[in-house]
Design a protein around this ligand. Structure first.
Ligand SMILES: NC(=O)c1ccc[n+]([C@@H]2O[C@H](COP(=O)([O-])OP(=O)(O)OC[C@H]3O[C@@H](n4cnc5c(N)ncnc54)[C@H](O)[C@@H]3O)[C@@H](O)[C@H]2O)c1
Length: 264
């Protein structure tokens, strides 16, 4: 079987370590290097005990023979990784969140210009991708929507990239009919109605004991419909990461969102 060679950017972080383990476990994928701002140049033992790979503070030093870079750093690290990898013909799978529209535009540009695959997904849990799809299906039938996302206390961005993807999917499915947002006449505590996207109230909660949870409640006369997804550990993201790695090496261009390769 032809091996897909994978370098992990952000390899010392929580998701990077999990991604390295997943790459080691998966037949057909071979880890070839790791980069992390906090890493000293050297080598790191593979989690399955099968050997070691070179690590460096700089992706350029370890990208060498990689077919794919998997990035779990932050928005800035992800954009640096795409700028480094694409001119070399190396595909990129981005798990980092917080990328803005201009970042996504630049990623599309680089993917086209260099003829490489770039895959960006704010949430690699298969269930979360299905949730984005279900949000689109249900949105036309309800005029009210509340979206609550709950994460661990160390998450740096709010709302989550997944919450934004769900809100955008639901709003787009309404075809120009925004959701109805109740604006209280008097707000005794500022911010309690959350942020809004096209009339959807979006709330972010952060505390230890949580991983990644999204709950979308649609409302209409006398009824609500709740769609909820819970990731209870970081392993939940790995089947999606592996799918994205296998997809991104197939051809050039940018793909945003795991739901686009699930055949939904
Ligand atoms: N897409 C998904 O399914 C998914 C799931 C969970 C987390 N995330 C995202 O993944 C990212 C990482 O999360 P985490 O919990 O592993 O964070 P973390 O802080 O544990 O790890 C991030 C690592 O990246 C390194 N880093 C930062 N900037 C860098 C750069 N420019 N170049 C190289 N390395 C750099 C840090 O030193 C750190 O080791 C976050 O953006 C998070 O929101 C995505």
């Amino acid at each position: 079987m032809k091996q897909i060679r994978v370098a992990v950017n952000g390899v010392s972080g929580r998701m990077g370590r999990e991604a390295l383990s997943a790459v080691c476990r998966e037949a057909g994928l071979t880890p070839v290097g790791g980069a992390d701002l906090s890493a000293a140049a050297g080598a790191v033992a593979l989690p399955d005990g099968s050997g070691e790979i070179p690590v460096s503070g700089s992706l350029e030093d370890v990208i060498g023979s990689a077919d794919v870079v998997v990035d779990f750093t932050n928005a800035e690290g992800a954009m640096q990784a795409i700028r480094t990898a694409s001119p070399l013909g190396t595909a990129v799978v981005v798990g980092s969140t917080g990328l803005g529209e201009s970042d996504v535009g630049e990623a599309a540009d680089l993917a086209d210009r260099h003829g490489v695959g770039v895959f960006i997904a704010p949430n690699f849990a298969l269930g979360a991708a299905v949730m984005v799809h279900l949000a689109k299906v249900a949105a036309p039938f309800f005029d009210y929507a509340d979206l609550t996302e709950m994460h661990h206390e160390a998450k740096i961005d709010a709302p989550s990239g997944t919450a934004l993807a769900i809100a955008r999917a639901a709003a787009d499915a309404r075809r120009g009919r925004p959701f109805v947002s109740n604006v209280p006449e008097k707000q005794t505590l500022e911010g309690t109605r959350g942020g809004t996207h096209e009339g959807i109230s979006v709330h972010s909660a952060r505390m230890p004991g949580r991983m990644a949870h999204h709950e979308l409640v649609f409302g209409a006369l006398g009824q609500t419909l709740t769609i909820r997804h819970d990731s209870i550990n970081r392993e939940s993201f790995m089947p999606g990461v592996v799918m994205a790695i296998r997809h991104v090496v197939k051809g050039p261009g940018l793909t945003v969102g795991l739901e686009n390769i699930l055949g939904l």
